[in-house]
Design a protein around this ligand. Sequence first.
Ligand code: 6PG
Length: 470
Amino acid sequence: MKHKNYDFGLVGLGVMGRNFILNVKDNNFKAFGYDLDQKQVDALKEEGGDLDKVDASTDIKTFVEALAKPRKVMLLVPAGKIVDAVIESLLPLLDKDDIIIDGGNSFFTDTDRREAYLQEKGIHFFGSGVSGGAKGARKGPSIMPGGNKEAYSHIKPIFEAVSAKFNGEPCVAHLGPKSAGNYVKMVHNGIEYGLMQLTSEIYDLLRKSCNLTNEELHTVFDTWNKGRLQSFLVEITAEIFAQKDDKGDGFLVDKILDKAKQKGTGKWTSQNAMDLGIPVPSIDIAVSMREISALKDERVAADKLYDRPTPEAIDKDELIEKAEQALYFAFINTYAQGLSQLADASKEYNYDLDMSIIAKIWRAGCIIRAGLLEDISNAYVADKDLANLLLAPSFVPQVQKAVPAARDLVTYAAKNGIPVPGLSNSLTYFDAYTSSNLPLNLIQGQRDHFGSHTYERTDMDGIFHTEWGA
Ligand code: 6PG
């Protein structure tokens, strides 16, 4: 090896890793990769072309020695024990002030543990979400790093160069200390689950009520993608409806088994929201629906036991128009829930998150990128302490205008036996969040009745207990 001054090291040369390191090279940083699998190493060398710009090895010592100090080593390996194993194998070879970046979807408490452990050894550790899939890694992902702010200055130029750009602005920012980056990426994925569930429900409504063909569905989603629903998920949905089956007749979407898998980040979002007492029902139900979808055999058996109404006729154009409004309404509600989780978690974990920056770095590169995020970012610029997007004055008129369509479609779906739990949870969240009066006074009365749990009153201060029925 001629030089020992590669700017960036990457561990894990699978699809994501290879694409990311080639992206680094394309941006004129010299990068060195490491993988135990010789095939992956060879594949990278071949694709990279020029070994002075991108090289790789199966030998960890060669890898570490190739890097300029402070070394910047990014891991793109599966979350879990492998991250710890890679850290242990790197540690004896690293020097004080070197930097390790975990680019996977690690659970945020693992990141906190690793950060504290490595800090004792003088190594800086970054938990850094990377969103955008394989294409994003190659062409520009949205990157969500958290960790030591001073050490970030060493990785900032590389991350800013390789990240997606929105109007020339890089979709990466130092988000906060410790696990802030992983936490933000986790909630990004929770929102991703919510938006995916909502688009699947709208698809179901359109096909079951008006028998829209795949060609029509393609046109509908494609048209929406040119309007206020413009987003990566709506865009790929349109593309999916146009995809012909290369193994048989017809469209591929009709041949895909309706069981959705999950790797866990959506579930973590819901679990942690529950732990912190933050309501995110549009995300919760998206996780539950993946679980219900997995019960295929039971669903088929149950379907035979119960009658289901035949959907009533409804005007196609009217339905499409309402569906656009309802989806827009529910998207806003889902972002609102995820962002409120981030705002609350930021206080709980001292992340000091800036919501306008998070919305900004989500505008391009990531899976939940959407035109809407520009408006969301502006709402947080106008009020950085905004408790909930639904309270942003700029959102009130558009939400107000879209809510009747959501009510109509939830009513129609319930009456006609089409499950739209994401849409109805979004509507219920909205109706509850915007209600001055909820019937939870009764729950307080019940709690006090059977358990002397006490209650507060609307007309005087204090904590009260009543001997009910006495
Ligand atoms: C991204 C994605 C990605 C995630 C997949 C799969 O931002 O690029 O969120 O990180 O791993 O979407 O998630 P599930 O397998 O849980 O659906």
